[in-house]
Design a protein around this ligand. Sequence first.
Ligand code: MN
Length: 215
Amino acid sequence: MFTLVLNLILSITSVQEINKNENVMKFELVKLPYAVDSLEPVISRQTIEFHHGKHLQTYVNNLNNLIQGTKFENVDLETIVREADGAIFNNAGQILNHNLYFTQFTPNGGGKPSGSLATAIDAAYGSFENFRKEFETAGTGLFGSGWVWLAKDKDGKLSITKEVNAGNPVTKGLKPLLGFDVWEHAYYLDYQNRRGDHLKELWKIVDWKAVEARY
Ligand code: MN
């Protein structure tokens, strides 16, 4: 009985401690704009569950712990990615990367971009087909873990950037528009070592309306 009462008192104390910190900003796991199995067969339900539910959730938990008591405690994600280094940069970069990644797909995706983005792609790469080829080449040619991005500068000019590990074009003053994750966790369950095949398939689920909105 004594132990029960003691445990009760201890648990009440720890709840109060959590409440005291309520004003501290917490990053949250981005919500998927589609069902976990709806991107199949391009990305399986199992890959989405691990990638979004485990890998990304871990980055979110890590960052929330790491920023406590630092100057990044109440700072927005992009600013953290631009200014931090080490573990804080790695976890913040991966949250920013995956937030963009998971919200650029749709089960009804594919096709081609339209409007001013289509015009800019034609101007920079000659054609959409040629852009796609260069993007895939960048992704397959990246050694180790990282990302390939379509990004724009302040004048709207497009470029393809290769970023290792948690890199994001914002650190180069560019705005990321479309990002393919080439970490093995993004494709290994479905494609094993065939990164190139995975990148080719991803075009089928790109939500060009979402990408155009970023441009
Ligand atoms: Mn990933």
